[in-house]
Each structure stands twice: as structure tokens, then as C-alpha cells.
Design a protein around this ligand. Structure first.
Ligand code: HEM
Length: 501
């Protein structure tokens, strides 16, 4: 007993000395726990309210806050173009390791996860060339997917609709058509028939938390034996497996290896474009690259679009004035609503008057509803980073919280906390430039979102076509959804009714 007591006293004394020494050395303000343990960041995330916790930290400690022994959060907007630069100077941190899917027993670095600029560029080239450089090529498929959504709402007229799920059904179906061709079948089945949506949400929540302690990754998410054991439980959430074994026939991977068959049904999908007329042997390095590009194209695109659309609907329901103004402006048009119009570089002014309100509403919703809960991590390069009076050494992991940048009153005005889409229409050129610079929904710099235009086209098509025919209202006068944000926004018990206008 005496030995244990002595041991505890020594450990306590050593910890005190360590804390005092680090406090003396460390000039960056922040909570005591953040100095001594990386698990402090797990605590920031685990309740699903990290954005407001980061905002409170900055309110209390100022523009530079220590959030872990090697992590610093910065709220000053002028560091956005520095930390999220255009030339891969600040590389991605280890947080992204947790998003590497296990393929053939090994974690696969993707365009999104890799910190290697060369790999990032080569994978991105494929995605951009074949899919994202001309999103208007997909206007027909996007249009048809919204029509399918509308048909399903017509079939369920008067029913209470779970809108925390239906945007996922729409986005997962639509993206499957764009990436692999054919149809996945969520909307047709009117449910999460293979559990993929549930898997996606659950795994995203856990990976966000695990990403705060990436040292666990080699023994957990990146460990084949551990993951094989987890996958032996049928309830284990694994969207990659669900995608591979998708209900469509042939299954997703066979779509790649059998693409040369004459009777393929992948339309003008990314799969078809990437493969062109090639036959790829499953063991060739190119095969791996194609699978990589397809999976990333699918998973990066579908989830983000679904969550963002849910946030847009949530914002509109929260402000009937905006909902009405937008619906009126859409319904007063005398042109056919096709998403193509909204990405065309040569918009005529008559068309612009219809475009701008929906774009402003979408951007304002995305400004209010943070797409990345913790700051997107970047590593300070050789030479360090001077932030105000502090010099952050090479290797420090820094990030600028999106929630804080989106509520900066110097940029968005004193009413920055309010949902007011008009701010995007009223701003003069220089104010708009500052607002755009702080708008971090799609990330920033050379690692920013390459699917932004496609995503905006898809969401505009949805909002404009659906509001053209329906009024959306809460299913209940009193029950409101619960909201959480571990990595992306999540809505629980979110029910609405689509009423034909
Ligand atoms: C509203 C929908 C979307 C949102 C809010 C969104 C958001 C983001 C954000 C914040 C990043 C940067 C993440 C970081 O730096 O940590 C990103 C990167 C990326 N996004 Fe999106 N995204 C959306 C739609 C799409 C779509 C439709 C695609 C199509 C394939 C896509 C593909 C990608 C890819 C490939 C990257 C990685 C780029 C790189 O690391 O170089 N995203 N996205």
C-alpha cells in the first residue's frame, strides 16, 4: 500500500513539474489540459458541439489558442490563405489518415487523404478531367434524379417525410448514376435498404473522433485484422463494403472489371470516362487508381451534398420569410428550370435574377451550418509560422475553425449570427471578396473542394425544381430536430411535409 502511495505521489509530482515547465515555455494561451494531452481535442468533439466549443475558446483566450500539445487553433481570417495555401506548402495532418478506406487489406491513400502533393495531383487530375471540369455534362442525370425525388414525394403525398434521410437517398442515388452508371435504388425502395446511409453517418461520427487521436489508427481503422474482426459483426457500419455489395447487378467492383463487355449500362458515368476503351487487369496499378478515383468520387461527393441539402432545408424552414421570397422568385420565372443554366459562364441578366436568390440562399445556409466541425488541419512547414507575437515551430498542426470564420463580424457584419441571404446580394465588390475569402464550406487553397461547381449545380437544381412544385412545411407544429456536428452536420427526428402548391 505504501509503495502504491509513493508511486502516485511521484507520478503526481512529475506531472506538476511537467505542467509548470511547459507553461513556462509555452506562450500560447489555452486550457491547461490542452497543453498536456491530445485527448483534450477528443473532449472538444465528443458531444457533437465542437464548433461552438472552438468559438468559446477563442472568445476566452484570443485569436491563437492551444488545443493540444502540438495543436493550435487560429481565428484571425488573414491566416486563411496562409494555412490553406495554393502550393501545398502547408500539408494535411494525420487527422486524414482515418478516412483512408481499407482496400485489399491495406489503407488506401486517396485524393482527399494524402499529404503527398504528387499523388494528390495525379488522382485529382483524373477526377477533374473526367467529371468535375464540366459539371453541365451531368445536367440531364441531375435533373432526372430530382424528378425521381419529386415523383416519390407525389406518391407519398400528405405523409410525414424523414428529411434527415431523404436527401441522402437522393444524393446517394444521383451520385451513383454519375460515378458508376445505373441505379442504386434508395429512392425506388423508399428506404435505406442496404443500411448504407446509417453506416455512413455512424462511421463518420466515429472517424471524426478517432481523427483527433490518429496514433490509434494503425491498430484500429488501418489494421486489417482488427477491421476483419469488426466486419464479422453484421451491424458494423462500413459504407465501403455496402457500396461494393450494392444491390445493383453486377456489383460495383464488377462494373469496373467487366466494363469492356459490350452490354454495359454505365451511361456517360465517371467509370465509363476513366476507363474509356481500356481493359484493366485487376492486378495492374492502373486498376487500383481507377478504383481509388471512383470510390473517392462517390463517397466525397454524395455525403457532403446530402448533408448540405438537409442544412438548406433546415434554414428555409427556420425562416418562412426567406422560404416564401425564394419560392416566389422561382415560381415567377418564365424559363425552364435546368441546372445547366446555372453553371453556364455566359448567363444573361434575366437568368441571373433567378439564379442569384437561390445561390444566395444556398451559400447563406452553408455559412450558418458548418460543413467541417473541427478546424481542417494543416502542418506548419520548415521555418515555422509567425502568428501575432507567437512563433509556431515546424510540425505544429494548425487550423482555422470554419464556424468562427463564418461568424466574423468584421467580414459578415454585426448580424453575422443571423441567417440573412440578402447579405450576398447587397455586398459591394470588396465586401463580397472578403466574404468569399472567409467562406470555408468547400475548404480553401490547393486542397479545397474540386466538386464545388458540381455540388452547387446539384443543390440549385434540387431547391429550384422542388420549390417550383411544393411548399415544404414542418410535419409537427412543436417537434423540432436535434442537431449535432461531429464532422458534418447531423439532424435527428427531422420530419416535414411536401404540400403541392
Ligand atoms: C456541398 C457539397 C460539398 C461540400 C460542402 C464539400 C466540402 C469539401 C471540403 C471542406 C473539402 C476540403 C477538406 C479539407 O481540406 O479538409 C473538400 C475536398 C474535396 N471534395 Fe468536396 N464538398 C462537397 C461536394 C463535393 C463533390 C460533389 C465532389 C465530387 C467528387 C467533391 C470532391 C472533393 C474532393 C475530391 C476533395 C479533396 C480535394 C483535395 O484534397 O485536393 N466534393 N470538399
Amino acid at each position: 500500500m505504501l509503495r502504491i502511495l509513493l508511486f502516485l505521489v511521484v507520478v503526481f509530482g512529475a506531472s506538476c513539474c511537467f505542467v509548470i515547465r511547459t507553461r513556462q515555455k509555452d506562450t500560447i494561451p489555452g486550457p491547461l489540459l490542452a497543453r498536456i494531452t491530445t485527448y483534450y481535442r477528443v473532449w472538444l468533439l465528443i458531444a457533437g458541439d465542437a464548433p461552438s466549443k472552438y468559438a468559446s475558446l477563442h472568445k476566452r483566450f484570443g485569436p491563437v489558442v492551444r488545443t493540444g500539445p502540438n495543436h493550435v487553433s487560429i481565428s484571425d481570417s488573414k491566416y486563411i490563405p496562409i494555412a490553406y495555401d495554393a502550393k501545398h506548402v502547408f500539408r494535411k495532418g494525420r487527422f486524414y489518415d482515418v478516412f483512408r478506406p481499407l482496400y485489399r487489406g491495406k489503407p488506401m491513400d486517396t485524393v482527399f487523404t494524402t499529404s503527398d502533393p504528387a499523388l494528390n495531383k495525379s488522382l485529382k487530375r483524373s477526377l477533374v478531367t473526367h467529371m468535375l471540369s464540366r459539371p453541365q455534362l451531368y445536367a440531364k442525370e441531375v435533373d432526372e434524379s430530382v424528378d425521381m425525388f419529386i415523383q416519390q414525394m407525389q406518391a407519398m403525398e400528405g405523409e410525414s417525410i424523414d428529411i434527415s434521410s431523404w436527401p441522402f437517398y437522393w444524393a446517394f442515388d444521383m451520385t451513383y448514376t454519375l460515378v458508376f452508371g445505373g441505379s442504386f435504388g434508395f429512392m425506388a425502395n423508399r428506404c435505406d435498404f442496404n443500411g448504407m446511409v446509417h453506416s455512413f453517418k455512424t462511421i463518420l461520427r466515429s472517424t471524426a473522433v478517432l481523427g483527433q487521436v490518429p496514433q490509434w489508427c494503425p491498430t484500429t481503422l488501418a489494421n486489417d485484422r482488427f477491421m476483419t474482426w469488426c466486419r464479422s459483426f453484421s451491424s458494423f457500419p462500413d459504407p465501403t463494403i455496402k457500396l461494393l455489395n450494392a444491390g445493383s447487378s453486377p456489383n460495383t467492383l464488377r462494373r469496373v472489371s467487366e466494363h469492356t463487355l459490350n452490354a454495359h449500362d454505365c451511361g456517360q458515368s465517371l467509370l465509363c470516362r476513366v476507363l474509356a476503351n481500356r481493359t484493366l487487369n485487376e492486378d495492374s496499378p492502373e486498376y487500383l487508381e481507377v478504383v481509388n478515383v471512383l470510390f473517392e468520387g462517390y463517397l466525397a461527393a454524395a455525403g457532403e451534398v446530402a448533408v448540405s441539402l438537409t442544412s438548406i432545408i433546415y434554414s428555409l424552414l427556420g425562416d418562412p420569410r426567406v422560404m416564401q421570397t425564394l419560392a416566389q422568385s422561382i415560381r415567377s420565372k418564365d424559363m425552364k428550370v435546368t441546372p445547366y443554366l446555372f453553371v453556364h459562364a455566359q448567363l444573361r441578366s434575366a437568368e441571373l435574377s433567378n439564379v442569384l436568390p437561390s445561390t444566395a440562399v444556398i451559400k447563406e445556409s452553408l455559412r450558418m451550418h458548418t460543413s467541417n466541425s473541427p478546424p481542417m488541419e494543416r502542418v506548419v512547414p520548415h521555418g515555422g509560422l509567425a502568428v501575432n507575437e507567437h512563433l509556431l515551430p515546424e510540425g505544429t498542426v494548425v487550423g482555422i475553425p470554419q464556424y468562427v470564420a463564418h461568424r466574423d463580424q468584421n467580414v459578415y457584419g454585426l448580424d453575422a449570427d443571423d441567417f440573412r441571404p440578402e447579405r450576398w446580394l447587397e455586398a459591394d465588390e470588396s465586401a463580397l471578396r472578403a466574404m468569399e475569402q472567409n467562406f470555408m464550406t468547400f475548404g480553401k487553397g490547393c486542397r479545397g473542394c474540386v466538386g464545388r461547381e458540381l455540388a452547387m449545380m446539384e443543390m440549385r437544381a434540387f431547391v429550384m425544381k422542388v420549390l417550383d412544385v411544393y411548399d415544404i412545411e414542418w410535419a409537427s407544429e412543436t417537434v423540432r430536430p436535434r442537431v449535432a456536428n461531429y464532422w458534418m452536420m447531423e439532424y435527428f427526428d427531422f420530419y416535414v411535409r411536401f404540400k403541392p402548391r
